[in-house]
Design a protein around this ligand. Structure first.
Ligand code: ATP
Ligand code: MG
Length: 422
């Protein structure tokens, strides 16, 4: 398979080369290589190195590199508004490590680091000096080519050790059309209920990532096809096949397509509003006489808020994101009935609300007048007054906020379910 190394961004290559010059074996790792092999643009880049977090920080200095995490420590490297995760090679914990040391930072070699990853397609390493992709498991390149999800090691054991891997496998199925190989598929089916034992915060975070990405509709479809919904998203499971659910998937597909085309940005609050809209509409429909079925009434805000909580229960999104979703749905009655124009144009959620209106219009009325009435702004970027809802922001002095936002790559310390070692 051809790895187009020009697709690796220059600053990523620079980071890797600096670590190598400092004497540490270093690779680009994870999903980025899989994506580039498939001619896709990586969502993010992960780097793995022989250097310890302190050594990495010393190479770049404290201004651009910060050590994060308590039990599983890694470095966040700041590049503009982007954060690149640099982790140290680790090996799978040995039984002899026991609980005594509690050491999640059992460092290892590059090869050991590859073997403790989840799937063969996620265990490819790229070395920009030799411009070679290293496939330690011997299956990663072939599986990427064949679009196969294969758990590394014993599938059942590895999914029990960390059931979030079930979601991760089905994400690959949904977003890229991968197929689990037979023993991985069997282990997924057998381990679905384990999802309910996973850390709530970790599952919420996964949900936020799924709903934000422009593949949510096909990921939900994969969750349905493999029987995961009753254990992960019970509301979706109950609603599956209803006209509202069909409409939701259509709206999400359209939202996602527009993101991939660059017509709009991947706001998570807009995605939440889009997913909940059909169910809110169903509730409102009964007491509305308006043409488009939307009108204000006292308490509408509460109805919207409650529905959002219900759709994604038992998980919740950060308050500011939900508030933003409620806000843009609140604008729909006047947008759809073409009233309160100047007020709406000044609203900081106008752009999202307009996008939400456009999505509905495409399926419901296809009314060019409606689109023309509400002017688009010059660019699909953020309204100047919109604080945004989850864009990465650099916080030089992050507030201490407990442990509920685990680092993405810290799965090692989150083996909380189905694992007797805890
Ligand atoms: P995406 O395109 O969503 O970023 P990704 O595969 O890069 O996909 P990340 O969450 O960025 O996913 O994780 C980076 C890498 O870390 C993965 O490719 C995989 O090698 C490893 N990894 C992540 N989560 C786990 C896990 N739960 N168990 C084992 N390895 C994991
Ligand atoms: Mg990644």
């Amino acid at each position: 398979m051809y790895f187009d190394n020009t697709r690796v961004e220059r600053h990523i290559v620079d980071i890797i080369l600096r670590l190598k010059r400092a004497g540490f074996e270093t690779y680009l790792v994870g999903g980025a290589i899989r994506d580039i092999l498939m001619q896709r643009v990586p969502k993010d880049y992960d780097i793995s190195t022989e250097g310890t977090p302190e050594q990495i920080r010393d190479v770049f200095g404290r201004r651009s590199a910060r050590i994060i995490g308590k039990r599983f420590r890694l470095v966040h490297y700041y590049h503009g508004a982007d954060i690149i995760e640099i982790s140290t090679f680790r090996r799978a914990p040995l039984p002899s490590d026991g609980e005594v040391s509690g050491d999640e930072n059992a460092y290892g070699t590059a090869e050991e680091d590859a073997w403790r990853r989840d799937f063969t397609v996620n265990a490819l390493f790229y070395d920009p000096s030799s411009k070679r992709v290293v496939d330690f498991t011997g299956k990663g390149i072939e599986d990427t080519k064949d679009h196969v999800v294969r758990v590394i090691g014993d599938p059942m054991g590895r999914l029990e050790e960390d059931p979030v891997r079930i979601l991760r496998a089905l994400k690959l199925v949904g977003q890229y059309g991968f197929k689990p190989e037979p023993s991985t598929a069997a282990a997924i089916s057998a381990s679905l209920p384990l999802i309910t034992q996973c850390s709530h915060s970790r599952l919420s975070l996964e949900l936020e990532k799924i709903i934000r990405r422009p593949y949510s509709h096909s990921i939900f479809q994969a969750f349905h096809d493999f029987g995961l919904l009753p254990y992960y998203l019970p509301f979706f499971s109950e609603e599956w096949g209803t006209p509202e659910c069909v409409y939701m998937l259509e709206l999400l597909r359209e939202r996602n397509e527009r993101i991939l085309q660059g017509s709009y940005r991947d706001s998570v609050s807009l995605a939440i509003a889009t997913a909940c809209l059909p169910y809110i509409e169903r509730t409102l429909r009964q007491d509305s006489s308006e043409e488009r079925g939307w009108q204000y009434f006292r308490g509408i805000e509460k109805v919207i808020h409650k529905t959002i909580l219900k759709v994604f229960a038992p998980f919740h999104f950060p308050k500011r994101i939900v508030a933003s979703a409620v806000g843009m749905i609140m604008l729909q009655p006047s947008m759809l009935n073409m009233s309160r124009k100047s007020n709406n144009l000044r609203n900081k959620r106008y752009l999202h609300a307009r996008e939400l209106m456009t999505l509905q219009n495409k399926f419901k009325w296809n009314d060019p007048e409606l689109e023309a009435f509400w002017p688009p702004m010059a660019s699909p970027q953020r309204h100047p007054a919109d604080p945004g809802d989850g864009q990465r922001r650099i916080k030089r002095k992050p507030r201490r906020r407990g442990n509920d936002r685990p680092a993405k790559d810290s799965y090692g310390d989150m083996v909380q379910c189905g694992n007797p070692e805890g």
